[in-house]
Design a protein around this ligand. Structure first.
Ligand code: GLA
Length: 735
């Protein structure tokens, strides 16, 4: 058929014969190879000088040949070789219709950019730096590669430098492009909304683009910068999966694109929408990091690999973060009606449960009676705390807990002393209306004076008070993204400079106040990504704390982020958001899958509630490291949008050395007389003997007190669990 076409249409060419580009000699066409874990990634310089991916998948032998890079056959005069060649970092020029990695405007109006290989260096055994340069202009790109030896996860980023005599404007800059050969693929990604984050979506990849992005100024609730691509019939446990995640908390874009010849390319970096970053002679722009990896063990294997990598390489206290303290948070109990006496009374109740950290949420500062005022005025409200925070903090310490405080540093209410003094500090286009959301505006943190103010008040707060933890909130998206101190198009630098200053403030605070811990919250899960997680210890996945909704969210969340960072509070029943009534054990076990917190109004609890919570918090401490830093196996999905009905749910976590495993099981309302499905454990050492402990629940008669890993994995555990929103939990310990 192709042959027929070739003969029939005179404008169809077979090879890049019409190209006027010189063909490189063999010794100018190096090949590069990075190995890590079970993965090999290889790329090389093709005959035209472009850098081209040649292999990404399961690890191959060191002696195996790496195919030389060769530009793809030109399919037709409509699809040149430049377009279909899986370039590592394609400039927009020379007939590129695929998503470019880099698009630049020169001062003379030229916008053609063709990047060819220039040189390479090897900073260390697992890293490579490759320099590309335009075929005639002095624009260079340094591609940074770092392959993690254990996980095979590759960290890629790019630094663009202007060596021209005139400024250039970068209109689009990706961190990296990753390519996959033609096949049938399923894309997984996470989407949602406020209070409904972390829905796992799965769809077949077809020709054209599937764009995952944020144009909101920050990461966003709607889409998260994570993807996984499964080949053929790969599922939770089996098959090939390629995955990746962008480490950026501003406007981002990941474009998954199938080309005309059915190959797939994933390009990720700064969102090119409304982007423009001018570089003077000698200036550089560094992209965020785009991590990517490969698993031969299904999507479950992919998430275990990624989450272990995040714990050991991304988090600020990596490689060995401590288990998170069990916290109490005041928000759902008292909202902004905080006071010295009220918070002390709550702290006294919390301490009896075995809580490690007491966190006072919104309402303690400025004239913050409602969300209409106070943001920006970070002094303690003298009406609510006449003696400052010290009496509360001292009492919390005396009760054996440390103290945490809520802040929302990047925001300002128009009704605040800060806004009255500095109305120009809010992001705005002068002379245009400023849209308020939650009656607040976003401070322009890209400005050096605003950055100094924000760092200054946070530093003072931490210096003057014994604060162990900040819950750092961020409760709206951007609008009218102007930066009036900058000339014309340079205002667009706000998209990059704002985020860099958020990161630099977090880094400086951590350096100046060693031991301080920080949570990233944005009205729930609006700012969760591997960029912010390099500076923060945990995240608030959602303002929706209903335990069943949380199970479905946790199912999605854990595809991209580890349980270690997944804060989960136990709150009141029926739930304020959906009026669903659940048992306290169900709420506790749902939250015990992550970093446990209590956010209920303890003034409403009875003695039995306190006893249940105290018992399960103590049980949690015994398994916490396994639960939050171990390998997660998702056994039964809580929702019916992925794997089946939602009557049941179950997850299991296994310690890295397999000495312990923990299993959570939930009945969310059973029907048709169904019993709880047999629970076949996963990931155990088959030859070891494991002793069973019931944390909560009932096993069926005949369940052994101990058995081999093989028995638990093959025969499985039979439990009795029926009813609405009831839960059970079990652990196995190697003997
Ligand atoms: C956001 C957070 C909540 C709470 C409120 C306080 O919505 O997600 O947990 O801190 O702000 O205003």
């Amino acid at each position: 058929m192709i042959g027929v076409q070739l003969k029939t249409f005179p404008f169809v060419l077979c090879l890049a014969a019409a190209m006027a580009i010189p063909v490189l000699a063999q010794d100018a066409k190096p090949t590069f190879r990075l190995d890590g874990g079970n993965t090999t990634y290889a790329f090389g310089v093709n005959e035209r000088g472009e850098l081209q991916q040649v292999y990404w998948g399961g690890r191959i032998a060191p002696t195996d040949p790496i195919p030389a890079a060769a530009g793809k056959m030109e399919w037709a005069s409509f699809d040149g070789s430049y377009n279909n060649t899986p370039q590592e970092y394609a400039g927009w020029g020379q007939g590129l219709y695929m998503e470019p990695a880099l698009k630049v405007s020169f001062a003379d109006g030229n916008r053609d950019l063709v990047l060819h290989y220039l040189s390479s260096t090897k900073p260390d055994a697992q890293s490579l730096d490759i320099v590309l340069k335009d075929i005639s202009r002095a624009v260079t790109v340094t591609l940074h590669y770092k392959m993690d030896a254990e996980s095979g996860i590759l960290a890629r980023s790019a630094t663009v430098e202007n060596g021209e005599k005139q400024p250039i404007t970068i209109e689009q800059e990706a961190a990296a492009a990753y390519s996959l050969p033609p096949a049938h693929y399923t894309l997984s990604y996470l989407s949602g909304r406020w209070a409904g984050e972390w829905t796992l979506n799965q769809e077949t990849i077809h020709q054209g683009q599937r764009v995952l992005e944020s144009r909101r100024g920050s990461t966003g609730h709607q889409l998260n910068p994570w993807f996984a691509i499964a080949r053929g019939d790969a599922d939770e446990d089996h098959g090939e999966v390629w995955f990746g995640e962008l480490a950026w908390s501003g406007n981002w874009r990941i474009t998954v694109e199938q080309d005309t010849l059915d190959a797939v390319r994933v390009t990720g970096g700064f969102n090119p929408f409304d982007f423009g970053y001018s570089l003077k002679t000698g200036e550089k722009l560094e992209s965020p990091v785009f991590y990517a990896g490969y698993s031969a063990h299904g999507i479950g294997g992919a998430s275990r690999q990624l989450n272990k990598f995040t714990v050991e390489h991304v988090l600020p206290t990596a490689p060995k973060p401590k288990p998170r303290p069990v916290i109490y948070n005041s928000w759902e109990a008292t909202e902004m009606n905080v006071s010295e006496a009220g918070q002390i009374a709550m702290a006294e109740k919390a301490a009896t449960l075995g809580i490690d950290r007491f966190v006072m949420d919104d309402g303690w500062f400025g004239k913050r009676k409602t969300d209409h005022a106070g943001l920006g005025d970070w002094y303690v409200d003298p009406d609510k705390f006449p003696h400052g925070l010290k009496p509360l903090i001292d009492r919390v310490h005396a009760l054996g807990m440390d103290f945490g405080l809520w802040v929302e540093p990047e925001m300002v209410n128009p009704d605040s002393d800060l806004y009255r003094a500095h109305p120009d500090w809010a992001i705005n286009f002068p002379g245009r209306p400023r849209m308020e959301q939650r009656t607040q505006l976003v401070l322009n943190l890209a400005r050096p004076d605003v950055r100094a103010y924000v760092f200054g008040f946070l530093d003072k707060l931490l210096t003057e008070n014994q604060i162990a933890f900040l819950k750092w909130d961020y409760n709206r998206n951007w609008s009218e993204p102007g930066w009036d101190q900058q000339q014309g198009a340079d205002q667009k630098k706000i998209y990059v400079d704002f985020v860099r200053n958020v990161y630099s403030i977090l880094a400086e605070l951590r350096a100046k106040h060693p031991g301080i811990e920080i949570e990233s919250c944005s009205g729930g899960g609006g700012r969760v990504d591997l960029g912010i997680l390099h500076y923060t210890d945990e995240v608030w996945p959602s303002d929706n704390t209903d335990p069943f909704d949380r199970l479905t969210q946790q199912w999605g969340f854990t595809h991209a982020y580890p349980n270690q960072v997944m804060l989960a509070w136990v709150t009141d029943s029926p739930h304020w958001m959906n009026n669903r009534a659940t048992t306290l054990t169900y709420r506790l076990l749902s939250s015990m899958e992550g970093s446990l917190g209590i956010g209920a109004n303890l003034n409403k609890w009875n003695d039995a509630d306190f006893a249940t919570a105290k018992r399960l918090i103590a049980a949690y401490h015994e398994v916490q490291l396994t639960v939050t830093q171990g390998d997660l196996y998702r056994l039964i999905a809580p929702t019916n949008n992925v794997t089946g009905p939602s009557q049941f749910a179950a997850t299991e976590m296994v310690a890295p050395d397999k000495h312990q495993a923990v299993l959570f099981a939930y009945a969310n309302g059973t029907n048709e007389g169904r019993n709880f499905p047999l629970l076949q454990w996963k990931g155990l050492d088959p030859a070891a003997t494991y002793k069973l402990t019931t944390i909560e629940g009932t096993t069926l008669p005949g369940t052994p007190a101990s058995a081999s890993g093989a028995w638990w994995m093959n025969h499985g555990l039979d439990i009795l669990l029926h009813g609405d929103f009831v839960a059970a939990a079990f652990r196995l310990d190697r003997q």
